[in-house]
Every structure is written in C-alpha cells, then in structure tokens.
Unconditional design. Structure first.
Length: 370
C-alpha cells in the first residue's frame, strides 16, 4: 500500500504522524511511504532520516494524491479538503462533533475517515487518545501556573504557596486521563487539588491511587458551584467519547472564581465544557479574559511539545496503521473491533452515533456499510 504523511498545517502544530521507526516498519512490511518535505522537522526528524529509513520525500500534493492511506495528527483544515477522495483512507484526530463543515467535506467526498480519538478497546479505554491526554493533562497545570503569574495577567500566585502562605486552589472537572495527569502534576507542585467526576468508580480509583492528598467529589451542578467558588485554576477535562462536551461549568460558576484566576479547558477539542469558553484559541494567541478570569482553550496543546508528543502518539498509532496497510482498510476494520469504532465517516455516511447526534445528521451503523 502507498502511505502518505503530509506536514501538519495547523497553527504551531509541530507533531508529525510518523517517526523514522514507523517508516522502517511500514517499508519492511512491503509498503511505500511518502513523507512531505519538512513534515518531521518540528519534531526533530529531518528529511534525510526518513529517507534513510526508506521513505520518499514529496510535496504536500503528492503525499495526499499518491497515497491509499494518509496518516495525520490533527483534523484536516479547509485548505486540505480538496485532497479528499472516495478511494482514500484518512487516519487522524478528527473531533467531528463540533465540526459540521469538516464533516460535510468528508461526507461529500466519500472518503473513509478513521478518528484516533474514538478507537476504543473492549475495556472502553481510548488507546489513541490516551498519550495525548497524558501530555495535555500534565501541560494544563504548567500552563495554569504560567498564567497565574502577575506578569502574564494572572492573580500573582504561586501554585504551591510557601511555608506560612497557603497554596493555590486547583479544581479539575473530569477525572479521566487528562484529569489524573493534571492532578498528579498539581499535587507535585504543592497545590490544593480537588477533582470532580460523574463516575463514582473513577473517584474510587483516584482515591486509591492518590490517597487523602487529593479531594475527590461527585460531579453535579451543586458540587461544581461550591468547589469552583474561590478557586484559582480550573481545568476542564470531561469527555463523552465522540460527543460534543457537556457545558457543565456555567458562567455563574466562573464568576465565583478568584479574580485573576485561570481556566484551561482541555476538552475544547470536543467543543469545550465551560460556558464562558466561546472560541478555540491558538498557540500564537492562546488566551482571552472574561469576568476577570484568563481563559485558555487551545485544541492542540501537545503540539507545543512535539518531540515528546510525536513519539508518544506514534508509539500507539503505528501498530494500527500497519494493520490498515497490511490488510487493507475493509479487512482491518472487519478484523479489529477497536479500529472499527474509529470509523466516523465512510462512503458518505456517518457511522459514529455520537457524531451523528451532535451534528443532527443521520446515523448509519458501520455493519450496514461494510
Ligand atoms: N486540547 C487538547 O490539546 C487536548 C484535548 N484532549 C481532550 O481532553 C478531553 C478529556 O480526555 P480524557 O481525559 O482522555 O478522557 P477520559 O475519557 O479519560 O476522561 C473523561 C472523564 O470525564 C468524565 N465525565 C464525563 N461526563 C462528566 C460530567 N458530566 N462531569 C464530570 N465528569 C464527567 C468521565 O467519567 C471520565 O472520567 C477530551 O475531549 C480529549 O479529546 C486530549 C488531549 C489534548
Ligand atoms: C487529542 C488531540 O486532538 C490532540 O492531541 O491534538
């Protein structure tokens, strides 16, 4: 099979969908790999290293047009929609529920679009989302600490406090992979940390892992209001796989935060979980202020640490890419239930129910299409 890897074009997105090791594995298996020139430079992989592993370095057009399977990191942007074709399989993050225009372009083209974020194992875990959630969760506290500094517009508060001065209060809404990693770093920095989740078993797990240093609280409107009141850093990290994020933090709750506080809504890629987050921001212009609180809503946070993120992402994506290339898309989907869950759009139909519901489009079960 011919496998294409275009350079990412989103603002400050320096990750790349394959490493030289991934090229090597695909070439060893008999495939041709077309990497766009400079695609890996931001992650520290120059064209020559890909060539030495067996790739051909090509233009963006050729990375798309010569390939049967395109591997990307982020969702295609409008400049890339013209490359979609019915005999192409696209394997990347898509986050379609809040993206009607991209979904329409995928549907109109007849392309097969497999979303990393909805590939799901029988234990319900999301193996291709997990590593980037680990990165974004850890980053969320680093970013929050940065914006809490006075010079960056914040309250002028050190997360951990010092002897004789209490630490900052961090509230994390959603205790999955992002939330757990955020809690780990926030506690490591000495903050006072509360985590809310709607899943009692998840709270039980967090309590087991972190003990009494972490406050675990059932997520409901009453508890959210109480705990967000007077907090300094709020991290949004809820997820219902594939669906638009529920807006569970209201404007009233945000107004209860300390002035100069910071919100990092990691769940922005699924539309955001905080009512006052009304836009996706970029690494070039990451924040805006509302009700005296700094709002950060960058949808590709791991793009800021591309070396770590590319390695972590491709560790988990390349085994699936190899299955797609070795077996062909149809057989790979038929043989691997987890991969089948990733199919969001195929032959002009939406085959992921939460995406169809979120966009008010007809849903077609995958089994009716393949
Ligand atoms: N902005 C960015 O650059 C990045 C964003 N993300 C996003 O972060 C979000 C979270 O991802 P993960 O932690 O991997 O998901 P996860 O599935 O591991 O965790 C989500 C948690 O939210 C909880 N939850 C669902 N509804 C809730 C509610 N109403 N109240 C409280 N908790 C609720 C679930 O019980 C679960 O524990 C996703 O939207 C993901 O795509 C991930 C990586 C990078
Ligand atoms: C999860 C995702 O969309 C990202 O890592 O950018």
């Amino acid at each position: 099979m011919k496998v294409g890897i275009p350079k990412e074009i989103k603002d400050n997105e320096n990750r790349v969908a394959i490493t030289p090791a991934g090229v090597h594995a695909l070439v060893q298996a008999g495939h041709q790999v077309f990497v766009e020139t400079m695609a890996g430079a931001g992650s520290g992989f120059e064209d020559e290293v890909y060539q030495q592993s067996g790739a051909t370095i090509v233009s963006a057009e050729d990375a798309w047009n010569q390939s049967d399977l395109v591997l990307k990191v982020k969702e295609p942007l409008p400049a890339e929609y013209g490359f979609f074709r019915s005999d192409l399989t696209l394997f990347t993050y898509l986050h379609l529920a809040p993206e009607p225009e991209l979904t329409k372009a995928l549907l109109d083209s007849g392309i097969t679009a497999i979303a990393y974020e909805t590939v799901q194992l029988p234990d319900r875990s999301l193996p291709l989302l997990t590593p980037m959630s680990e990165v974004a969760g850890r980053m969320s506290i680093q970013i929050g600490a940065h914006y809490l500094e006075k010079a960056h517009g914040g309250r002028g508060e050190l997360l951990g406090g010092v002897p004789g001065v209490p630490p900052a209060r961090v509230v994390i809404v959603g205790g999955g992979i992002v939330g757990t990693n955020a809690a780990r770093i926030a506690m490591g920095m000495g903050a006072d940390v509360t985590i809310l989740d709607s899943n009692a078993n998840r709270l039980r797990y967090l309590d087991d892992v972190f003990g009494s240093r972490l406050r675990t609280v059932m997520s409901n409107a009453y508890n959210l209001l109480q705990h967000i009141e007077g907090c300094d850093l709020l991290v949004g990290s809820v997820l219902i796989p594939g669906a638009r994020a529920p807006k569970i933090v209201t404007a009233e709750m945000v107004q209860g935060m300390n002035p100069g506080g910071v919100i990092v809504d990691v769940a922005i890629d699924q539309g955001g979980s905080i009512e006052t987050i009304d836009r996706i921001t970029t690494h070039s212009n990451p924040t805006y202020e509302k009700f005296g609180v700094i709002h950060y809503s960058v949808a590709n946070m791991p793009g800021a640490v591309p070396r770590t993120s590319t390695l972590a992402l491709t560790n988990v994506t390349i085994p699936y890419a190899l299955q797609l290339a070795n077996q062909g898309t149809g057989a790979a989907i038929a043989n691997n239930q987890a991969l089948a869950k990733g199919v969001n759009v195929i032959q002009g139909k939406v085959t992921y129910e939460a995406v169809a519901t979120g966009l008010n489009l007809p849903y077609t079960p995958l089994a009716e299409v393949i």
